[in-house]
Design a protein around this ligand. Structure first.
Ligand code: FES
Ligand code: FES
Length: 183
């Protein structure tokens, strides 16, 4: 019996599909072992997912995968096949978290912002009454090199308080939850 494929040869590129923001998108010419970050950005043009460290340290590449935030630079695209992926493009700029970041001046270069926005939506969907320590812990994997975090924390508190004052949670206020975009 003979096998002509060298044992350390990369797998041949083969088409596969990912489900991104509610739509199936096909990846035609990518080695399936590529990182999800590179496939989203470079193959599928979801450029809102940022690459700052490419090694799981900064959170700029955060996406939601089956309801959980993940750093997409550390996920193989192969492992995302069959999962529901949510990227920053699922939001149209008018979510309460996006508006709060703008109002608080929590954006400078904006490189960290998509990851922080998704992480904040995830946090306040799961824990609408998150206290300051919980907020800091939840966002501790998202590094910002510009703002010093004060305005970011202020923005998150504003969303939390506004939602609580409105008597609802993220999932009860249409359009503000990343989990129910249906796009
Ligand atoms: S680019 Fe993925 S964690 Fe920094
Ligand atoms: S605003 Fe520049 S890295 Fe956060």
């Amino acid at each position: 019996m003979s096998d002509s494929t060298p044992p350390d040869a990369p797998e041949a590129a083969q088409p596969y599909a990912l489900t991104v923001n509610g739509e199936d998108v096909h990846v035609d010419s990518s080695w399936i072992g590529e990182s999800l970050l590179h496939v989203l950005r470079d193959r599928l043009s979801f450029a809102g997912t940022k690459n700052a460290c490419d090694q799981g340290e900064c959170g700029s590449c955060t996406v939601i995968m089956d309801g959980q935030p993940v750093v997409s630079c550390c996920v193989m695209a192969a492992d995302a096949v069959g999962a529901e992926l949510i990227t920053i493009e699922a939001l149209d700029g008018t979510s309460d978290v996006q508006q709060a970041f703008l109002s608080a001046g929590a954006v400078q270069c904006g490189f960290c912002t998509p990851g922080l926005i998704l992480a904040t939506h995830d946090l306040l969907d799961r824990d609408p009454e998150a206290d300051d320590l919980t907020i800091r812990e939840a966002l501790s994997g998202n590094l910002c090199r510009c703002t010093g975090y004060g305005r970011i924390l202020q923005a998150v508190r504003t969303v939390r308080d506004d939602r609580l004052n409105a008597g609802g949670t993220a999932t009860s206020q249409g359009g503000s939850s990343i989990g129910g975009t249906g796009r």
